[in-house]
Design a protein around this ligand. Structure first.
Ligand code: GCO
Ligand code: MN
Ligand code: MN
Length: 404
């Protein structure tokens, strides 16, 4: 009997080298796990059914490495990718670890740091292209402030814009054809980061020289830290045609940045996110930007990685059940009220439509009295998620043979 939740390459699950390679360091404690080599991570991820692996420049090549060392590391990594059939769909730059970036990279008040950040990013884009990456992520880890008296807000926004415009032109001139995905985060490691939400990134993209080259890389934990509804944010990004990449993980609201296993904390929110992604036809990578708990050894790291993918696939199957459940579909059909005549009037403005609509009498009291049935719909969904709605999926019913 095959495992219906065993991931395959077609599921497009990816992990960062920095995620499964996380050594368990936190602001209060030293690493709890030894570092694992990039080829080893590739081999293990491929064995679990992942599709690809993403990286920051310095996940593979330490800052300051000599050319020969860089070439050896890249060669060994490339060989492992070929041996195990893993892709590198996305690359990015570490613009946050080096003390040079302590007060920002593209938004540093020091022009020399801004220039160095551009140089480092171009080199990292060269590396990403060499590895086959087509998406390039910008997460401005140090792009922010603690001290408003620094008075650089408006300048910082235009320095950031100039840098992105410069790098988009570099990508074109090199023939790299990157699609850039901007990743918002409200805070951490800076007290306040610029571009705190997906919506702020969408607004900013419209001001760039090549807006069509730029999209968003929203992250579950980032909106959740700020108490926002991540699924709503993703819907807005999809609506704008800008979902270029996505970072999946989990997080308790209002806490430090936890990077928990996907579905570890907010299963219901994770379900609606998976349902949205699947319903929308999003066909990009499902990237897990999370890491195993600091308590874990290497076995825990692979339990974490397997768990992220399994939970996604289980929730994807729940989304299928949601669409096939006759009671849920009946509740949804009752919830929506369609009216062809009114739709004809409201779909598009015309002076006649406006006049007809203004002259129309509505039964306001009746509209306010209608019960839309949302309690029932939500309870049906809860029971589906809890696995007690029978007759729908052989997978969720004990004692029934799985036939896939
Ligand atoms: C974080 C971010 C990062 C970025 C990564 C890719 O909170 O630290 O999510 O993990 O996603 O640097 O750019
Ligand atoms: Mn994050
Ligand atoms: Mn991220």
């Amino acid at each position: 009997m095959s495992d219906p939740f065993q991931p395959t390459r077609a599921d497009k699950f990816t992990f960062g080298l920095w995620t499964v390679g996380n050594v368990g360091r936190d602001p209060f404690g030293e690493p709890t796990r030894p570092p694992l080599s990039a080829p080893h991570l590739v081999e293990k991820l491929a064995g679990l059914g992942a599709y690809g692996v993403n990286l920051h420049d310095n996940d593979l090549v330490p800052a300051g490495a000599r050319a020969a060392e860089r070439d050896r590391l890249v060669r060994e990594f490339t060989q492992a990718l070929a041996d195990h059939g893993l892709a590198v769909p996305m690359a990015t730059t570490n613009l946050f670890s080096d003390p040079a970036f302590k007060d920002g990279a593209f938004t540093s008040a020091d022009a020399r740091v801004r220039a160095y950040a551009l140089q480092k990013t171009m080199l990292s884009m060269d590396l990403g292209h060499e590895l086959g990456a087509q998406t390039y992520v910008f997460w401005g880890g140090r792009e922010g402030t603690e001290v408003e008296a620094s008075s650089k807000l408006l300048d910082a926004l235009s320095w950031f814009r100039d840098s992105l415009n410069f790098l988009a032109e570099y990508s074109e001139s090199q023939g790299y054809g990157y699609r850039f995905a901007l990743e918002p985060k409200p805070n951490e490691p800076r007290g306040d980061l610029f571009f705190p939400t997906a919506g702020s990134m969408l607004g900013f993209i419209a001001t760039l020289g090549r807006p069509e080259r730029f999209g968003v890389n929203p992250e579950f934990a980032h909106e959740t830290m700020a108490g926002l509804n991540f699924t709503h944010a993703v819907a807005q990004v999809i609506d704008a045609g800008k979902l270029f990449h996505i970072d999946l993980n989990d997080q308790k609201m209002g806490r430090f940045d936890q990077d928990l296993r996907f579905g570890a904390e907010n299963l219901k929110a994770a379900f609606f996110l998976v349902k949205l992604l699947e319903d929308s036809g999003y066909d990009g990578p499902r990237h897990f930007d999370a890491h195993a708990l600091r308590t874990e050894d290497e076995g825990g790291v692979w339990a974490f990685a397997r768990g992220c993918m399994r939970t996604y696939l289980i929730l994807k199957d729940k989304a299928r059940q949601f669409h096939e459940d006759p009671d849920i579909q009946a509740a949804l059909a009752a919830y929506r009220v369609e009216d062809e005549e009114l739709a004809g009037l409201t779909r598009k403005f015309s002076p006649e439509n406006a006049q007809t609509l203004k002259a129309r009498t509505f039964d306001r009291e009746m509209l306010g009295q209608r019960g839309p049935g949302l309690e029932q719909l939500d309870q049906l969904t809860a029971e589906l998620l809890l696995g007690v709605r029978g007759g729908l999926s052989t997978r969720s019913r004990p004692g029934v043979e799985v036939t896939t």
